[in-house]
Structures are given as structure tokens and as C-alpha cells.
Design a binder for this molecule. Structure first.
Ligand SMILES: [Zn+2]
Length: 236
């Protein structure tokens, strides 16, 4: 099949799923986007992508910047030039969370008791940043990174480790990506645990579970995807 026809066929599939592409997308990129959606449907048994995203349009854009990450604002996903499948799956998790007014994120953190003392930690983190600025003023190049103030992952291991940027939304987005790529998640979490300091060992589920879908977080995320992907009752 000529490349242009192939491209328009794939774009048609996306249109049916209410996914809009802005800017130029190569055939290879379009194939990768579709593959992530196909894997999502396969892993979760979702039969309707539009239903899963609450019948809202999702817009994909290029940031035009070098890099491998992305950002999500409302219904827009903006990807850097060298985006990876994991990056896209992660941003899609944010998009999914937004489509349901953050219900998936709330359900996840409530189920595993994550984010304990977040109200207090948030204030203390602001203090931590202020302290960093003060240090800088006095030419002390000290980066304060006090793990006690990090978002607490609760009674179940987080998808792929925790750092200072981890919070309820990142937890959900990582969990969504890990549900699409449960085996890759295992490798990632193992790598993080190998790099991380001793106390991070408690996060390393890769030694106890065969893949992410077997973990408590994986099961909760999968359950929420299944429910929202099939039930119109939840429409918000
Ligand atoms: Zn994120």
C-alpha cells in the first residue's frame, strides 16, 4: 500500500477514537501512537477507547524541543522530539485522569493510603524551596532534598520508585503506563531500586511480583480502567 494511503488509513482509526494530531507526524510516529492504544486495549480488555476517555477529544502535539519527555494540559498531550512509548503512555495516563476529573487518581491514593500528611508536607516543601533560595543567596550551593517530605506511596509499592517530584497525579500516570507495559515497569522499578539509596529497597516489587499487573497498584488501576472503559454511569 502506498505510504500516503497507509497514513490516511491510520489517521482514520485515530479519528474514530477521537484522537487529533496537530503538526506533522511521521508514519512511524503514528504507528507508535496506535500501538500504545492497541496495547492498552489488549492489556485491559477495553473495547471502546472513546468510552475510556469519557468521550472527550484528545489532542496530540509536538513540543519541537529535543528531549524524551512530554507534558499534558487538560486534553492536550505535548511530546518532545525523541518521545518514547513509555513517555506517551505516561502522558496518556494524565490525560485519562483529566478526562475523569481526577477520579482515577483519587481512587488510587485512597485505596493504597498514599499521600499521608500531604497537606503538611506541601507546606514544608515550600519551606524547603525557600531555604534553598536563601542558601543560594549566600552562595551555598546546597540542594535540599529531604526524602521525608516526598509523597508517601502508602501501603503498596509505587509503580517505578519515588522521587521529590512524585505526587498523586504522577503516581496515577506512572501506574497507567505500567499497566500498559507491565513487564517494562518491572525492569524500570528494578533499575530505580538498584540506583536508589538503601531505604528505596522497600519499593522494589520486581523481586516479589511477576509483572506490574500483579501488584496491588496494578490491580486497582486495571480495575478502574475496566470500570470507566465500560460503564456509562461514571460519565462526568
Ligand atoms: Zn507526569
Amino acid at each position: 500500500m502506498p505510504m500516503e494511503n497507509q497514513k490516511s488509513d491510520l489517521l482514520k482509526r485515530m479519528e474514530n477514537w477521537q484522537i487529533q494530531l496537530e503538526d506533522e507526524w511521521s508514519l512511524e510516529e503514528i504507528q507508535r501512537v496506535l500501538k500504545v492504544f492497541d496495547t492498552l486495549a489488549e492489556q485491559t480488555g477495553t473495547s471502546s477507547i472513546p468510552q475510556l476517555f469519557n468521550h472527550q477529544i484528545t489532542i496530540l502535539k509536538h513540543s519541537g524541543r529535543p528531549g524524551r519527555v512530554g507534558r499534558t494540559k487538560g486534553n492536550e498531550i505535548i511530546l518532545d522530539d525523541n518521545w518514547t512509548d513509555w513517555t506517551f503512555a505516561h502522558e496518556l495516563g494524565h490525560r485519562w485522569n483529566n478526562a475523569w476529573d481526577r477520579l482515577p487518581e483519587q481512587r488510587l491514593h485512597q485505596s493504597v493510603g498514599a499521600g499521608k500528611f500531604e497537606w503538611l508536607k506541601r507546606a514544608l516543601r515550600r519551606f524547603e524551596k525557600w531555604l534553598e533560595r536563601v542558601f543560594k543567596k549566600f552562595d551555598v550551593k546546597k540542594k535540599i532534598d529531604w526524602p521525608t517530605l516526598w509523597y508517601q506511596p502508602g501501603s503498596a509499592p509505587p509503580p517505578c520508585g519515588v522521587d521529590r517530584n512524585f505526587n498523586a497525579s504522577e503516581d496515577l500516570a506512572e501506574s497507567f503506563a505500567a499497566t500498559i507495559f507491565p513487564t517494562e515497569a518491572k525492569t524500570r522499578t528494578n533499575n530505580v531500586a538498584t540506583r536508589a539509596i538503601a531505604f528505596a529497597k522497600s519499593w522494589d516489587w520486581s523481586t516479589t511480583f511477576s509483572d506490574y499487573l500483579q501488584t496491588p497498584r496494578g490491580q486497582i488501576t486495571l480495575q478502574t480502567i475496566k470500570e470507566l472503559g465500560s460503564n456509562n454511569e461514571y460519565r462526568v
